[in-house]
Ligand binder design. Structure first.
Ligand SMILES: [Zn+2]
Ligand SMILES: [Zn+2]
Length: 322
């Protein structure tokens, strides 16, 4: 197989890393955690170890395989990036507790009232996880589209799209109220249907890993996996500073929903540059505290002044038309 040209540098190690990031960051950890749960063991230590290993791998990958040297990395992270990471972690924890208690209890009451077991708890854990991911993906997809279509909700979501460069920590670059909606879209349906606490924790863990990889500043070569998973190449397109970005690749884990609803945009492996951010906006505030009140202010920054009109889906990105 021909070696990949990555920013003018060739080498079998970089080639192998570029091709295997999805397997290393998402697929292998998911199998490892599922295996641990299937044996009835705790996942706390394992998941923490995986997060540390993934963080180190992404730091190394952004150094070796940066898609754009100007975008960012851990060494050039801003205070706002880390404040968002802390806020996202707190919101995820709070939502998890609420869902495994109140939401699960409400679902359990309903299941008892109608006499139907809503969740297939007798399935093997791997099948339960796949089902939970597909259900959560549907909730996440419609939540994401809604935040692009509603002018009011876009005031929150434009913050996530405001950075003009991506790197893995920016997975968490989301207003806490939107983060709450993301977590509810992920956990509420499966908790309500009766998914257990461990399964919900694993779902959140897998989405967390996938989010880190999707936002990484890496020139990944995921090949056919980009037709199944929301890889860095897929999600990078969603951050494009144009209407294609605004209207494609909303998926958070599998890209099934994008395929089903005609919003899938295939990456162009030849593309070596991409403008990300908000189209026509160069002075979006970068301060965390400013962001907290921004959605409630009188003015909207960026192109989200009204619900956006979806253009015809495009099958692939080609060279930009002049
Ligand atoms: Zn978006
Ligand atoms: Zn994103």
């Amino acid at each position: 197989m021909e070696s990949i040209q990555i920013h003018g540098r060739r080498g079998p190690l970089r080639d192998a890393l570029a091709r295997s990031l999805v397997v290393l960051v998402v697929i292998c950890p998911t199998i490892a955690v599922s295996w641990q749960v299937s044996r009835g063991l705790e996942i706390g230590t394992l998941s923490l170890g995986i997060y540390v290993a993934v963080a180190l791998l992404l730091i190394a990958s952004e150094w070796l395989l940066a898609f754009d040297d100007h975008w960012g990395s851990l060494f050039r992270g801003r205070l706002t990036d880390f404040l968002y990471a802390g806020a996202a972690s707190a919101v995820e924890r709070l939502t998890f507790v609420a869902c495994v208690t109140a939401v699960a209890a409400a679902g359990g009451w309903l299941a008892g009232a109608v006499g139907v077991q809503l969740w297939p708890g007798h399935w093997a854990f791997g099948f339960q996880l796949a089902a939970a991911m597909l259900i959560a993906d549907a909730g996440m997809y419609f939540r994401h589209r809604l935040f692009h279509r509603s002018a009011r909700l876009w005031r929150f979501h434009q913050i996530h799209h405001s950075p003009t460069g991506l790197w893995w920590i920016r997975s968490a670059y989301t207003h806490p109220l939107e983060q709450l909606c993301i977590m509810l879209a992920m956990m509420f349906p499966i908790a309500f249907l009766g998914a257990g606490e461990v399964l919900i924790a694993v779902v959140a863990f897998v989405y967390g890993l996938s989010g880190l990889l999707q936002h990484a500043n890496v020139d990944a070569r995921s090949s056919f996996l980009s037709f199944v998973f929301a890889t860095p190449e897929i999600h990078r397109i969603h951050h494009r500073a144009d209407e294609i970005g605004n209207s494609h690749n909303y998926s958070a884990f599998f890209v099934l929903m994008d395929h089903l609803f005609g919003t899938f945009c295939r990456p162009d492996p030849a593309e070596t540059h991409m403008d990300v951010g908000l189209e026509g906006v160069t002075d979006f505030p970068g301060n965390f505290l400013t962001h907290m009140t921004l959605p409630f202010g009188p003015d909207t920054i960026g192109p989200g002044g009204g619900p956006q009109v979806l253009p015809e889906p495009v099958a692939a990105l080609g060279p930009k038309q002049t």
